[in-house]
Design a protein around this ligand. Structure first.
Ligand code: T4K
Length: 386
């Protein structure tokens, strides 16, 4: 078959992104045929967005799968966080951690709120509840803890502190799709939990997100914020934005949900192989999820103790990259060191986060990563030990 120049450019682009490389993750997708079958009726109905039948079905399916009382779908995880803070009418200061993706801090700042950074627990990287209460002032309105990498925060203690001080709790649950804590859906804790269904997540709708909540008054506000406050063709009750999930994204979600348990089982096998190969290597510590949690194997962070391993995180990263293996330094840099916040926050106030973010490397992990590839990655890591 002859290739035209357009194909050639496309192939070059594909090459740039993926060929021969092992990236930190790889999107899960249904078969091409399954997706085509799912979107067939979109051509019949011409209903592309604005809470159509796919949106409704996915919302219902997810409510059951996640074990939550109420849920609303949105364009992405970031808008879930940002609109949640707006809908709750937060004011003043919001306590969170800097060891997270840009989104968590940006959602706070974009609501005109002041982020107050709490340090993290050195073992599971979530908010250190022993340092939390000291940061509460009369301006604090909420706590935004992050279940980072799928590690669950100290839910009971956070709720105790929030109740004592009358604060809202919004979980950034972007990494915890399908997880349970003590048998309960993770999205059922706090006032609101925000999920991301981005292409890189355990479950994806290409781009997408959701808010899980119990209070219907909050749900009504979110709905207004995601759909311009429109209540009918001639009724606009409030000033809202546009953050609706469209029907093609919802269709991807419907398909991916059919296979998500299988995908998680494959991720488990990959994670276990990493543990088999790297546990016991001095100076490398792989993430471990607590026994109370049904994990989703979203990420596999490894912390390198340079003094013991003889080689630091950055060097391991570079050696892997020389072999076309692209791990990621999630979450480096800390959000309180971002250029856009220059001079505003002092990262020395979160010393554990500061140390961890220089030592942690998120290893490639996805459902169809082959065990032989895991072995190769581990061989290279082990070869770095001095
Ligand atoms: N809160 C937390 C704690 C989060 O981690 C996130 C998102 C959010 C909130 C906000 O949720 P969203 O608004 O995004 O729904 C990626 C994701 O874009 C981001 O969703 C995610 N966190 C973050 C941890 O990771 P990058 O900058 O690392 O993406 P990128 O493009 O470098 O992709 C990483 C790897 O994923 C690539 O090397 C290959 C693979 N990939 C990527 C894309 C875009 C695919 O296989 N398919 C794809 O389509 O942020």
């Amino acid at each position: 078959m002859q290739m035209n120049s357009k194909d050639n450019n496309y192939n070059k682009m594909i090459d740039k992104f993926v060929t021969g490389k092992i990236l930190v993750t790889r999107s899960s997708m249904p078969s091409y045929e399954e997706y085509c079958e799912e979107i067939r009726d979109i051509w019949d109905t011409r209903w592309l967005t604005n809470m159509g039948p796919k949106h409704k079905k996915l919302q219902e399916d997810l409510k059951n799968y996640l074990g939550v009382e109420k849920i609303d779908l949105l364009t992405n995880g970031h808008m879930a966080l940002e609109l949640t803070m707006q809908a709750l009418g937060l004011t003043g200061e919001v306590i969170t951690t800097p060891f997270t993706f840009a989104s968590t801090t940006h959602a706070i700042v974009r609501n005109g709120l002041t982020p107050v950074f709490c340090d993290i627990d050195p073992d599971n990287f979530t908010i250190d509840t022993t340092k939390l209460e000291a940061l509460i002032t009369d301006k604090t309105s909420a706590i935004v803890p992050v279940h980072v990498y799928g590690n669950i925060c100290n839910i009971e203690e956070i709720q105790r502190i929030a109740d004592k001080h009358g604060l809202k709790v919004i979980y950034d649950a972007a990494h915890t799709f399908g997880e349970t804590y003590k048998g309960r859906g993770i999205g059922s804790f706090g006032d609101v939990s925000c999920f991301s269904f981005h292409a890189t997540k355990v479950f994806n709708t290409v781009e997408g997100g959701a808010v899980c909540f119990k209070d219907q008054a909050f749900g009504d506000k979110i709905y207004d914020l995601k759909n311009f406050g429109i209540h009918g063709p001639e009724i606009v009750e409030s000033v809202g934005a546009n953050a609706k999930m469209n029907e093609f994204c919802a269709a991807m979600g419907i398909c991916n949900l059919r296979h998500v348990d299988e995908e998680i089982a494959k991720r488990k096998a990959v994670t276990e192989r990493y543990h088999e190969r790297l546990d016991g290597i001095e100076g490398v510590k792989l993430n471990r999820v607590s026994d109370d949690v049904k994990p989703n194997y979203a990420y596999l962070p490894a912390v390198f103790d340079e003094k013991v391993f003889g080689c630091g995180r950055d060097e391991v990263y570079s050696v892997l990259a020389e072999h076309n293996i692209f791990a990621r330094k999630y979450f480096y840099p800390l959000t309180n060191t971002f250029e856009c916040f220059a001079g505003k926050y002092d990262p020395n106030e979160t010393p554990v986060a500061l140390a961890v973010n220089k030592a942690v490397l998120t290893l490639p992990l996805y459902a169809d990563l082959e065990l032989e590839q895991v072995d190769r990655i581990c061989d290279i890591i082990i070869s770095c030990k001095k």
